[in-house]
Design a protein around this ligand. Sequence first.
Ligand code: C5P
Length: 329
Amino acid sequence: MAPTPAIPAPASPAVSVRVPAKINLELVVGPRREDGYHELATVFHAVALFDVVTARPAREWGVTVTGPYAHLFESDVEPDDNLAVRAATLLAEAAARTGGVGVTPVHLTIDKSIPVAAGMAGGSADAAAALVACDALWDLNTPMTGLHELAARLGSDVNFALIGGTAVGSGRGEKVTPEPSTSRFEWVVVTADEGLSTPAVFAELDRLRAQRTVPAPITAPALLRALRSGDVEALGGALANDLEEAACSLRPELAATIVAGTEAGAVAGLVSGSGPTVVFLARDAGHARTLASHLTASNVGAQVICASGPARGAHVIPGPRPDTAEGAA
Ligand code: C5P
């Protein structure tokens, strides 16, 4: 009897999405708005430090965090408290309104490498990744504009995580315009032992500026020129973050970290977003490695990581899909 031809295993219904961390090359904070948010003029830059979010069909909504930061989460995170699960359920509701079929609860596994509560928008990145993963898992083909509408409802940094690269942000940060620069830059990222709360940093800035007139925020043309020309020294001179003053007020040791990096030869250093992560611009990849060794030896911060930018926004990892077992890492 002729051998039975092997039947290929069905594609496993799980989708993994890789999503980068962000830093802000410029973060100009305008006055506090009626809704409690602050009007921003910012330049986002995605760096090659990634979380991977995997969505698998499950009996009920759930989430597990794995990777080097897993110890910061309970063994099983409460789904209601997790922005990535909120993203998945928001997409499911939107799909239900337009008659979407095949939408089932999912269990999300978040393999975290982006530092937590660090000013690198890790939670927002996971939410963006969950939107992209569930959209692919459920075969929704939601247009990018639809994903952006949902992203804006989830948080101010989620829209940027969808597109990655380098982008100018306005509004409360949710309006993003890709920046055409193709220049690459090398960064050294110094994390802190303990996170900072973003609302607390914005509130501290309001306190520090209580007696100052705060103008409407605008992006500096010098920064965009430096990005487009790829001039590292000019970029270093144009990096700016209005939240740095507030982050350093709450965490004075951050100022010492910035001094340590600039004394070790960084082109420039600044607090990333609301902190407490500090990022340093290096001249090239070799210089970044040398700078990282100096910073590691001088015992500043918790972790010292080299990362280049820009990096691609949330995207499905192609190839064989991972195991479907619920909750498997
Ligand atoms: O939008 P997201 O939920 O990430 O913002 C977290 C908090 O950061 C807000 O509740 C607000 O206190 C502060 N924030 C702000 N202005 C912005 C963005 C965030 O005051 N543009």
